[in-house]
Design a protein around this ligand. Structure first.
Ligand SMILES: [Zn+2]
Length: 230
């Protein structure tokens, strides 16, 4: 099934260092840095519950440092869950090209930041994405955007990994897709549940990456998961 025609070198890209805003081509997102005291009407009703939460932990929500915290928190949550309002398929479909290139394409070390759905605390790390085209390729920056759309939702790392792989598989219909996510979960490290340096690694292998051990190994060697992270 998986016959490798030639031993051409696979394309491996390291994800570009993120810009200061953390955003790659995100035009319509509200950046966290931009601080506006007013909150859009659909979010207004969330402010009072956050004040209640502050009181609940023993704070005085009226003191200077906390007065605007509910608004800031609501805006931050709005941004961190903005992936619900984006269509991941559309992002890929807008940048599809017909191309006969048929060796492995790998983009590694894409930074991701997400929120665990069990504790609403961040988990963050890197995602490595590979695929073997079958007549269609996609703009490389779109892979990072695809990862962001799923990361900016309430997540578990396993599902995030699978959703990225499945969407790529569905839209590109490639010969195979491989996704590896390495992340650190603040709900584990901050609460002392796990050793401070534990990374969780998840992977999703489809098509030739699942069927062909050599192909899978080639991908894993290229992204070398498990290496020491700084
Ligand atoms: Zn958690």
């Amino acid at each position: 099934m998986a016959t490798k025609k030639k031993a051409a070198k696979p394309v491996v890209r390291k994800a570009a260092a993120p810009k200061k805003s953390q955003d790659i081509e995100l035009d319509d997102d509200v950046g966290l840095e931009r601080e506006r005291p007013d909150v859009p009407p659909p979010l207004e009703h969330l402010i009072e519950p956050v004040r209640t939460l502050l009181k609940g932990v023993g704070e005085d929500p009226r003191r200077e440092g906390l007065a605007k915290t509910p608004e800031r928190f609501v805006r931050a949550m709005d941004f961190l869950t903005s992936g619900y309002r984006k269509d991941p398929r559309q992002i890929l479909e807008k940048a599809l090209f017909h191309e006969s290139y048929d060796d492995m394409v790998v983009v590694k070390d894409i930074e991701i930041y997400s929120l665990c759905e069990h504790h609403l605390l961040p988990f963050f790390g890197r995602i490595h994405i590979g695929y073997i085209p079958n007549g269609k390729i996609v703009g490389l920056s779109k892979l990072a955007r695809l990862a962001d759309v799923f990361a900016r939702r309430l997540q578990v790392q396993e599902r995030l990994t699978e959703e990225v792989a499945a969407t790529l598989n569905e839209v590109l219909q490639p010969r195979g897709v491989a996704v590896v996510v390495e992340a650190k979960h603040l709900c584990m490290v901050m609460r002392g549940v796990e050793k401070q340096n534990s990374w969780m690694v998840t992977s999703s292998m489809l098509g030739e990456f699942r069927e062909n051990e050599a192909t899978r190994k080639e991908f894993l060697t290229l992204v070398s998961p498990g290496r020491a992270r700084s």
